[in-house]
Design a protein around this ligand. Structure first.
Ligand code: DOR
Ligand code: ZN
Length: 352
């Protein structure tokens, strides 16, 4: 029996595309299924100014596979010296879609992030005025806070006070990993949204640690207890418009992952839609997949949904996806969901 599902072409509201040979190698993996993506600015050095974002956008477009209808939505990396005028001009010209807040030291390439939030108050107020969303990596960096508690503590110590200081600011809690994150979003209005990754809907901390450490499941925020994963699936499949897909697909080469001090990041661009179809089908919520991947995100950002469609097909037999993507920077391991994938996608415009 073949089952098909045709939905509005999805977008990825949180993606790492990197630069150079890595960008070239992995961009086709997202451009195949997705119409647009919010592109994270945590390059080395980070994308801080409008000028940096324009140059990065040009490099992405130069790496774009022929025929891809994919549009990168650029972001700026918020620092304590970010100039509100530069941000406002970048927004007015249509160059950027969001600004990204990394607490200093929270994750990969976050050293230039914000330590003193008083220093960014003016930029945040300006963003609220012009309706430019802030994407937030929601983890405290205080070394005394347990890594599994960093998201919940961030909500109390940083996020809630920040939102009280600038109540009109539109905020995306990115890659939420806890029932606490879900509850915080649900307790507020539509100015607050949250992205959820594919992998956090599938793995818990046992998958990461039991029976041997699995470096390709290591990401930040770290996967939590099963009860949190269950809360994330409930939120994603609920149809609530405040929750939408942000894969946080974050490539690192295998030697950088399979190391005594491995990098954080899961690369899921290649099979994300297939994994999500499985998760939503298991939750008897295939009818909610389009909202999560294709409609809620554009609504939050005030953009129209994509006009083209993709078709998902369920096959009786398990379907093969590549284990690794070969790039000029090295091999990148593709997310292994730990179950056979039966769904494939037929994208509208492009296949590599
Ligand atoms: O796991 C992660 N990897 N989390 C992040 O926040 C950053 C990302 C990366 O850039 O590799
Ligand atoms: Zn990320």
């Amino acid at each position: 029996m073949i089952q098909t599902l045709t939905i509005t072409r999805p977008d990825d509201w949180h993606l790492h595309l990197r630069d150079g040979a890595m960008l070239e190698g992995i961009l086709p993996e997202t451009a195949r299924d997705f119409g647009r993506a919010i592109v994270m600015p945590n390059l080395v050095p980070p994308v801080v100014t409008a000028k940096d974002a324009a140059a990065y956008r040009a490099r992405i477009m130069a790496a774009m596979p022929a025929g891809a209808g994919f549009v990168p939505l650029m972001t700026l990396y918020l620092t304590e010296t970010t100039d509100a005028e530069d941000v406002a001009a970048a927004h007015a010209s249509g160059l950027i879609t969001a600004v990204k807040l990394y607490p200093a030291g929270a994750t990969t390439n976050s050293d230039s992030g914000v330590a003193n939030f008083d220093r960014v108050q003016g930029v945040l107020e300006r963003m609220a005025e012009i309706g430019l969303p802030l994407c937030v990596h929601g983890e405290v960096t205080d070394p005394s806070v347990d890594i599994f508690d960093r998201e919940a503590v961030f909500i109390d110590r940083v996020l809630d006070p920040l939102r009280r200081r600038v109540p009109e600011l539109r905020v995306v809690m990115e890659h939420i990993t806890t029932a606490d994150g879900v509850a915080y979003v649900m307790a507020h209005d539509e100015r607050l949204g949250a992205t959820i990754t594919t992998h956090h809907l599938i793995i818990n901390r046992n998958d990461l640690l039991v029976g041997g450490i699995k470096p390709h499941y290591y990401c930040l925020p770290i996967a939590k207890r099963e009860e949190h994963r269950v809360a994330l699936v409930a939120a994603a499949t609920s149809g609530d418009k405040r929750f939408f897909l942000g894969t946080d697909s974050a490539p690192h080469t295998d030697p950088n992952k399979e190391s005594a001090c491995g990098c954080a990041g899961v690369f899921s661009a290649t099979n994300t839609m297939s994994c999500l179809a499985h998760v939503f089908e298991n939750a008897s919520a295939l009818d909610k997949l389009e909202g999560f991947t294709s409609l809620h995100g554009p609504a939050f950002y005030g953009l129209a949904p994509n006009t083209d469609k993709i078709t998902l097909t369920k096959h009786a037999d398990a379907q093969a996806f590549p284990d690794k993507i070969k790039t000029g920077a090295g091999d990148v391991t593709v997310f292994n969901p730990g179950f056979p994938l039966h769904w494939t996608t037929t994208p509208p415009t492009f296949r590599s």
